[in-house]
Unconditional design. Sequence first.
Length: 479
Amino acid sequence: MPNLPTTTSKLTKPISTAYSLPPPPLHPAAITNQILKSDNPQSLTQTLHTLSGWTPNLVQTILKRLWNHGPKALQFFNLLDNHPSYCHSAAAFDHAIDIAARLRDYKTIWALVCRMRSRKLGPTPKTFAIIAERYVSAGKADKAVKVFLSMHEHGCQQDLNSFNAFLDVLCKSKRAEMAYRLFKIFRGRFRADVISYNIIANGFCLKKQIPRALEVMKEMVERGLEPTLTTYNTLLKGYFRAGQVTEGWVFFLEMKKRNIDIDAVTYTTVVHGFGVAGEVEKARKVFDEMIGAGVLPSVATYNALIQVLCKKDCVENAVLMFEDMLRKGYVPNATTYNVLIRGLCHAGKMDMAIEYMDKMKDDCDPTIQTYNVVIRYYCDDGEIEKALVVFEKMSGGTCLPNLDTYNILISAMFVRKKSDDLLIAGKLLTEMVDRGFLPRKFTFNRVLNGLMLTGNQGFAQEILRLQSKCGRLPRHFRL
């Protein structure tokens, strides 16, 4: 009699295949930590390629977490590029290009642009806006202009939207005159619209040149274009930014007189403008008037008033306003928490600031600004150990330290003039270079001299070699 399969053997196999569970979702924080800790590219490649379930959103999240460790971010992007079942999206390429541009690694920027084009993912106008912005921030505005003019050579035709985006980059970097010259040259070719004029007007307002902004507005009307609410809000903000509070208030009243459909942005501008000028009661009155006029305050309006109360009134009233915001069903964002935490720190209420930093995690993740404010105030108070504890929390991969974080801590290490503190300063300097940041020559020299004066000649030699590698070597130096 032949051997028949048992009931168990016949049933268990189909059950295991039919009801196999999907792989658990990949956790961004765990992957980020693994990338940060890995010093073996081959092993990391195998790990990344073994994982399945990669999505564009997941990759974007990890790149954002690695933003302040440029070399690791680019390593992750490149290692994942050859994954058997995942392909990078255009957004991931844009993010990688932005990181390379921040590192001023121009060779990598254009290599990524070529890869985008070969895969028919771009480059897009957004890609060139990113590149142009980074060139401008590096002091290479003329190069940024050439980038815009050469877009078509990379398969991306210039149009009105890309022209406006480029003008916006120049204006927000305080280069309104250059933007206006280009605007006059190309406005006919691209048929400049209201958005174009608003961008130029905003550029002059950012430089507190209100008469020039008004000239742009007048020119726009003469060319048959109707000003929009954005136009009026831009000019209103310009007045208050320039400290022309009376003129700003008159302009606001004129907007109401002309029956312009005033929105939350308009009221927020006036609330913030009065508050910054120290006229807290007027700011509160406008806030109350806003509600009476049927315009609901936005989170940004509450943020403006909380900031004003922190700076010009008292932090206790800012806390009450924050609680009122919660009672009315608003969800605070990172800016809300940051202005309140800064206010608490400034008032010496560090324990309360830490409590709000913990509460913050219920609504949003603490940002680099959150950590830097707390670290700075701990350092100012001489609480170096507490500052370092907060710094250590950043190494978890949720929010990595940036250039400001390192500069704050390195400066604090010189206050007590302890040998151990200066060793920490040297380690921080080494770490920031490893992460793609370029310290100032002053920072290198300060750490170098501090190590030598405290008898740490061996470490000083390492810093000197690092300084030479970064091109920050002093002209005359004897070790």
